[in-house]
Design a protein around this ligand. Structure first.
Ligand SMILES: [Zn+2]
Length: 254
């Protein structure tokens, strides 16, 4: 039984066969999916998917790449969505992405991140944090909101950074990268972090694990990530699945 804590089934790459894939993954043991908004359409589509499918839940948030649109009016609109829909379980994905030059400036990204952290605090919801090449500033803002927790998704930091996040009550999102041959640091992170802090995720359609690396990802491919965790931790498949499932349910109040 797998719960995918981070997916984008609203993505256009699923337009041709979304229904089929969502049926397939359920047949292959996926019992839950948290679909994360990244832009405004993504937020609305995530809510629609959650309304249509029992096993899908929604997170609402604006990704750093699109964060110029974050303002007070939008936060009020998000509040309205939340009050009208009990399948919205988190604010995300939000955060900082300094990798792409064409992204909004660091200042704009930080401002949008803070506004959405504030919203999470107000609604008492967990956050789904996207951090790419911005560990220091991400941690700084996380520390400003000590009463907010969540998951650092597609974790790409060091063991030390992971430990800092855990200390602050955060979970570590582990996906396809763990299966990549050259991914050494994330294997260290999984080794060092307790199982009760790990969430499984795809970030599909992106980040497909080996042997599907480079292809479109889907939630049942998490099985390859589970295998890698079994190997690193020396525990059974059932333990990996059960513990991560409990972690997901606890964090998102499902
Ligand atoms: Zn994502």
């Amino acid at each position: 039984m797998i719960f995918d804590s981070h997916a984008h089934y609203d993505d256009e790459s699923f337009n041709e066969d979304r229904e089929v894939i969502l049926k397939n993954i359920q047949e292959n043991g996926v019992i839950g999916v948290l679909n994360c908004g990244a832009d405004l359409d993504g937020v609305k589509d995530s809510i629609n998917l959650a309304n249509k499918y029992d096993f899908i839940y929604a997170a609402i948030g604006i990704h750093p790449s699109d964060c110029e649109i974050v303002n007070k009016e939008l936060m009020d609109e998000f509040k309205k969505y939340y009050n009208e829909n009990n399948k919205i379980k988190a604010i995300g994905e939000i955060g900082l992405d300094y990798y792409w030059d064409e992204n909004p400036s660091k200042e704009i990204q930080k401002e949008a991140f803070r506004m959405q952290m504030n919203l999470a605090r107000e609604l008492k919801l967990p956050v789904i944090i996207h951090d790419r090449d911005a560990h220091k500033d991400t941690l700084e803002i996380m520390k400003e909101f000590k009463d907010v927790t969540g998951v650092v998704h597609c974790f790409s930091g060091s063991v030390e950074f992971a430990k800092e996040c855990v200390k602050m009550g955060y979970y570590i999102g582990i996906g396809g990268v763990l299966t990549f041959k050259n991914a050494k640091v994330i294997k260290e992170v999984v080794k060092e972090i307790e199982m009760d802090r790990i969430l499984l995720e795809t970030d599909c359609p992106y980040m497909a694990p080996t042997p599907y690396r480079g292809k479109r990802n889907q939630s049942d491919y998490i099985n390859f990530v589970v295998e890698k965790i079994m190997e690193i931790k020396g525990i059974s498949k059932e333990d990996v699945e059960n513990i991560t499932l409990q972690n997901t349910k606890k964090l998102f109040d499902i």
